[in-house]
Design a protein around this ligand. Structure first.
Ligand SMILES: [Ca+2]
Ligand SMILES: [Ca+2]
Ligand SMILES: [Ca+2]
Length: 217
């Protein structure tokens, strides 16, 4: 009996610890252990959502915070009754477009992938992806290319492009830039969100917390 009581107390203490860890790490941009871009640092003149509305200071949220374009969760962004046009990018025409977003909590090089960008694009689209500590010195970490008849490149189908800093970038990425590399038909590209890849430790703590809560019921 006594042992059981102790276990219960330990369980409770651990639950408080878990809640405490989550509470101290829960800033606005950290949702479910994932770090989302906090602000838009700069963007070129033709950056717009799919409906053709140009981004301004009131619509920078299109690419900030958690993914929100696909509200019914089928990885397709154009279910008009459900989904939202909360994306920003470029259409067929203008060259050299780019967006720079900033993370208040910089992304580190963790085991495996570090950055995930949710987007959709046309089949000839191509963007180079760059990271920086200071918004001045940039390192290329890869690219996203459209493709024929598959994701990415299937109209409206969202794609999570993941990037590993390992061997490419030794710093902590406070800034992420997406830069347009192709123009012409099918080169449109629209970005929904920018995020860290959740660290296994965070997933583990969340998992234990959820298991304990279930046990309490
Ligand atoms: Ca959808
Ligand atoms: Ca990594
Ligand atoms: Ca969005």
């Amino acid at each position: 009996m006594k042992v059981k009581k102790h276990c219960e107390i330990l369980n409770r203490l651990f639950l408080f610890f878990v809640i405490g860890v989550l509470a101290t790490s829960s800033q606005a941009a950290l949702i479910n252990g994932q770090n989302w871009a906090d602000s838009v640092t700069s963007y070129t003149s033709q950056i717009q959502n799919y409906g053709g509305i140009f981004m301004d200071s009131t619509t920078e949220f299109w690419v900030l915070g958690q993914s929100d374009a696909d509200r019914n969760g089928n990885m397709y962004a154009w279910d008009w009754d459900f989904d939202q046009d909360t994306v920003a990018g470029w259409r067929a025409g203008d060259a050299g477009e780019q967006i720079v977003v900033k993370f208040d909590t910089a992304l580190a090089d963790v085991a495996g992938d570090d950055l995930v960008i949710r987007m959709y694009c046309g089949k000839t689209a191509n963007a180079s992806i760059w990271v920086s500590e200071d918004n001045s010195s940039w390192t290329s970490i890869g690219s996203i290319a459209g493709a024929m008849a598959q994701v990415p490149g299937t109209p409206g189908c969202l794609y999570d492009a993941a990037f590993d800093f390992a061997g490419l970038f030794a710093g902590s990425a406070s800034y992420v830039m997406v830069h347009r590399e192709t123009i012409g038909n099918g080169s449109g590209m629209f970005f929904d969100s920018f995020a860290s890849v959740p660290e296994p430790a965070t997933i583990f703590i969340l998992g234990i917390g959820a298991a304990l809560l279930r046990k309490k019921k």
